[in-house]
Ligand binder design. Structure first.
Ligand SMILES: [Zn+2]
Length: 139
């Protein structure tokens, strides 16, 4: 079932790569609380700090997961989207409080990028931050 979906292969590869790491469910959301989501990821997060024009201004820390490990719990109706350049990436933000807590990356629409700064306290045991050269990627 659904094996024709192009995302399927990518998913099994992603699971194989971190197969030894236990995954837990983190929750998070925007500042006003209307946008809420859960994301399945390790307790110790590996996140990317991107230097592109929008991420550097927002201080966004990317936790990238396969789309099926992300679930929007509430707030769909208040999400607004901002696009620029190629207009492929949907930069979603809460239209009430303005916080961008997750979005769909341009480089990989089968993934979701969660802003690690928007996760609830309590489940994250650590974060290793790696630089990501999104400025160059955008060329
Ligand atoms: Zn909000």
């Amino acid at each position: 079932m659904l094996s024709w979906l192009p995302g399927r292969q990518r998913r099994s590869r992603a699971q194989g790569a971190d197969g030894a790491v236990a995954l837990i469910t983190h929750t998070g959301g925007c500042h006003c609380g209307r946008v809420r989501f859960e994301v399945v990821a390790p307790a110790k997060l590996e996140v990317l700090e991107c230097n592109c024009s929008i991420c550097s201004k927002a201080g966004y820390l990317h936790l990238v997961v396969p789309a099926e490990r992300f679930r929007l719990l509430s707030g769909d109706e208040v999400l607004a989207s901002y696009t620029f350049n190629t207009h492929t990436a949907k930069h979603l933000f809460c239209s009430i409080c303005g916080v961008k807590s997750f979005y769909v990356p341009r480089a990989d629409p089968w993934s979701r990028s969660v802003n690690a700064r928007c996760l609830d306290p309590g489940t994250v045991e650590g974060m290793s931050i790696s630089p990501f050269n999104g400025r160059r990627w955008g060329r």
